[in-house]
Ligand binder design. Structure first.
Ligand code: SF4
Ligand code: SF4
Length: 147
């Protein structure tokens, strides 16, 4: 819990965040529901940062990211649903025509994911097999200054 508190407290000073590609969707659909209290607390702090500071630099990564670091499903540095989550990442990269190591602002990347996926049938094609799909389907996208 101490490391979580430290991570949350450091959040407002962050200028860069490492994200798996499909988390460009999840962050915009987040409404306070998570895998456990620690994950939800970190996700809440992260979404708050990105909504208030959309110029935050995002670097896309393959495998575990800054969010996964606080997830109970990360086991030995690897997601316990690695195949499924890697498929989500690949689908987002393909739909948005992004390279796996793209670095850009949250503003640019979130608008890209929003317009190409979340506002289209791509969302249903990509997300239908996710355990959170029923919730995300009825969730309005979190608004920041950019969308
Ligand atoms: S359905 Fe799953 S992958 Fe898609 S935005 Fe929601 S949590 Fe993320
Ligand atoms: S379920 Fe897997 S990809 Fe999603 S946050 Fe947890 S460790 Fe990361």
């Amino acid at each position: 819990m101490a490391s979580l508190n430290a991570a949350v407290n450091r959040m407002e000073n962050r200028t860069e965040v490492h994200l798996r590609p499909h988390h460009l969707l999840c962050i915009q659909k987040f409404t306070g529901h998570g895998y456990d209290a620690a994950f939800t607390a970190f996700m809440t702090a992260l979404t708050g940062l990105l909504r208030s500071q959309p110029q935050t630099r995002i670097t896309l990564v393959q495998g575990a990211d800054d969010l996964c670091a606080h997830c109970p499903h990360l086991c030995g540095g690897v997601c316990d649903a690695a195949k499924k989550t890697a498929a989500l990442d690949a689908a987002v990269l393909q739909a948005c025509k992004l390279a796996p190591d793209t670095a850009d602002t949250w503003q640019t990347l979130s608008v890209c994911a929003y317009s190409i996926i979340l506002q289209s049938q791509e969302f249903h094609k990509i997300c239908a097999r996710c355990q959170w799909y029923a919730l995300c389907k009825i969730t309005e996208v979190l608004k920041n200054d950019t969308n």
